[in-house]
Write a protein that binds this ligand. Structure first.
Ligand SMILES: [Fe+2]
Ligand SMILES: [Fe+2]
Length: 235
């Protein structure tokens, strides 16, 4: 399978024609397109509608997760509904299979990377925060568990490992991802994991258990000189 992937489109509505041209190319180049969150800037339904007006030109299956920006205005359920009605396979602990390749995904959350991840100790606020991160990892674990395909791909918005956020200021690393997601990857050993969120991170890394991880945030792809607003993998 030829898989196209991108995250952090943060689609600008004024560039509609340019965006349509850029995304239409994916129909010829790939069998499926992964969008790993941050479709919008402020999580507004009109932003998502503009985004879908571009994505309706894509005729291959689109599989995605929401990002933190898609949650910004509290309309994440409406945004998720818009994506699903448009035919996007939005994963939030779910899975999806196409051409023998299985996809499991969730947004993920922050909390930091082993051995310095935040622990659920002390105030209720800290415990709630860590619980959100743990729940996201459980959702990824559950999604991967359901897949019976020989090839599996994990999709997250937040990073599961530190290596692919390197390039961002070090003090913000704990806000960019969580090792709890890595543990789900290492349990199920998908062929590949993709994420975004760390716009100035690093394209390639590997989990402790040897799972290949790619940060496909659009600014990183641009920096790498990608011709299109996505990168291509062969599975
Ligand atoms: Fe982003
Ligand atoms: Fe983000």
């Amino acid at each position: 399978m030829r898989l196209a992937a991108v995250a952090d489109i943060h689609l600008k509505t004024e560039d509609h024609e340019k965006n349509v041209r850029a995304f239409t190319a994916v129909n010829e180049l790939a069998d499926a397109l992964v969008i790993a969150g941050d479709f919008t800037n402020h999580g507004l339904p009109e932003e998502m509608r503009a985004c879908l007006a571009v994505l309706e030109q894509v005729h291959i299956p689109i599989i995605g997760v929401l990002g933190n920006h898609d949650h910004e205005s509290g309309h994440q359920d409406e945004l998720a509904g818009l994506l699903r009605v448009a035919g996007v396979h939005l994963l939030d602990g779910h899975c999806f299979e196409v051409n023998g390749v299985g996809f499991a995904g969730t947004k993920g959350f922050c909390g930091g990377f082993s051995p310095y991840e935040l622990m659920p100790f002390g105030e209720g606020g800290i415990k709630n925060f860590v619980e959100i991160a743990e729940r996201e990892a459980i959702k990824l674990d559950f999604g991967l568990e359901q897949l019976k395909t020989p090839i599996k791909v994990a999709i997250m918005h937040y990073a599961p490992i530190k290596e692919t956020v390197v390039g961002e200021p070090e003090p913000i690393f704990p806000f960019l991802g969580s090792s709890r997601l890595q543990r789900a990857l290492d349990k199920h050993k998908p062929a590949m994991a993709v994420h975004g969120h760390a716009h100035h991170g690093t394209f390639a890394g590997e989990s402790k258990g040897g799972v290949r991880v790619h940060n496909v945030a659009l600014p990183i792809l641009r920096e790498r000189g990608e011709e299109h607003p996505f990168t291509l993998f062969t599975l």
